[in-house]
Each structure stands twice: as structure tokens, then as C-alpha cells.
Design a protein around this ligand. Structure first.
Ligand SMILES: [Zn+2]
Length: 218
């Protein structure tokens, strides 16, 4: 015999169960936005002076998502042994060492063989000639294919339960959805939560800037 109270109780338990399941699903469903980085370069103060003239300061074209970083109005041409890529944008502010970040496709156009590296790790990477409006720089090293990575604020790292320098997997959705392996996590109190892939990676997965992707494993 099932009385009215029992039916109410069963329904109540069912709703509590749904609520708990939903909570677990939200906890497991850790999403973040993605952005595609087109080919770009960071320049040292010295190389800015050679390429754009003594005392030249990079001018802000657009702020980037990471605080303090900006796309400048300044552009240069890259000349490799096989070909040239014109109008490559300089990102600011200036850095200690000039670093050029291109895609694998770009490397075939230029005819250089850059390694896949984390930003700043430039040892024994190839160089290329940089041509600006006021001069040229024959770079001896500094061309890399940037490792896919996630910028995370310290609070985000706690939410996602990851630490700086961890490598995680990221799942994208949609018709050409993929799982990206070896995604570097970079944690800093000034970072804004965002995954960065290059144009080869983003286009292969059919991604658009701002698409949400899912951290599935650490
Ligand atoms: Zn980045």
C-alpha cells in the first residue's frame, strides 16, 4: 500500500537526486574560452630601434585579453630562405629578447624549421630576417611554434584544480571537435582565463575566438 506521504517522499528524493547529479555535472564540466593567435612577434628595445628608428615606442592598436599586453600598429616583413611573409604584427610591450611565433604552415612558407616551444624558451631555435620601415635585423635565433597553452588567474587554477606548468587535455565541441593533448597551464595573478592555440590548430578544429572548450583531464 503506497500512501500519499510516500509518493511525496519519493518525488522529493527524486528531485534531491537530480539536484546532486546536476551539481556533479557542473563541477565536471570545466569550460573556458579559446582564442586563436595569428603569427606575431615580440621585439627587444634594441630591435625596435633598428627596425623603426632610434627612440621609437610601439603604439597601441588594440589591447589583448592578457592585462598589459597589446597588439601594436607596427608591422614587419619576415624573410626566410624559401619565402617572405609580409605585414606581421608586433605585440607590445617590448621584451628582453625578440621572439617570433608562427604556425607550422608559416614555417613551410619561410623555409625554416622552428621547434614547438613554451614562450621564452628560444635556445637553438632558428632565425629569420626581419625587415622594418627603418632597417633590418638578421635574427640568429628566436623563431618558434608556440606550445598550445592556457592562461589562468590563480583563482581559476584553484577552481580547475591545476598548477602552473601542468599539462592537461582540452576537448573542443562541434562538427570538427578534437581533443588537444599536452596543453600547458600557465598560472599567474595577472592572467585572464583563456586558452591560446595558433591558427593551424584552431582552424583544424573549426574554432572561433570566444568558443568554449572543456578541460577534461590533468
Ligand atoms: Zn598566450
Amino acid at each position: 500500500m503506497v500512501d500519499g506521504y510516500t509518493i511525496v517522499l519519493i518525488n522529493l528524493l527524486y528531485l534531491v537526486n537530480l539536484y546532486i547529479q546536476g551539481g556533479i555535472q557542473i563541477m565536471n564540466n570545466k569550460k573556458l574560452p579559446v582564442a586563436m593567435s595569428n603569427r606575431h612577434l615580440h621585439l627587444s628595445e634594441n630591435d625596435i630601434a633598428v627596425l623603426f628608428g632610434e627612440g621609437h615606442q610601439l603604439t597601441n592598436f588594440k589591447d589583448l585579453s592578457q592585462p598589459g599586453q597589446f597588439a601594436s600598429n607596427e608591422k614587419v616583413d619576415l624573410i626566410g630562405p624559401k619565402g617572405t611573409i609580409k605585414g606581421v604584427r608586433v605585440l607590445g610591450p617590448a621584451r628582453n629578447q625578440t621572439q617570433i611565433e608562427i604556425s607550422l604552415t608559416d614555417s613551410f612558407i619561410l623555409g625554416v624549421k622552428p621547434p614547438v616551444r613554451d614562450s621564452g624558451d628560444l635556445a637553438s631555435s632558428p632565425g629569420v630576417k626581419i625587415v622594418g620601415p627603418k632597417g633590418e635585423v638578421e635574427l640568429t635565433e628566436g623563431v618558434i611554434i608556440a606550445s598550445r597553452h592556457i592562461h589562468m588567474h590563480t583563482d581559476d587554477a584553484a577552481t580547475f584544480q591545476v598548477a602552473d606548468k601542468d599539462r592537461v587535455q582540452i576537448k573542443t565541441s562541434g562538427e570538427r571537435g578534437v581533443i588537444f593533448d599536452n596543453v600547458l597551464v600557465r598560472v599567474h595573478p595577472t592572467y585572464a582565463l583563456e586558452m591560446h592555440v595558433d591558427t593551424d590548430e584552431g582552424n583544424a578544429a573549426g574554432l572561433k575566438n570566444g568558443d568554449m572548450v572543456e578541460l577534461i583531464r590533468q
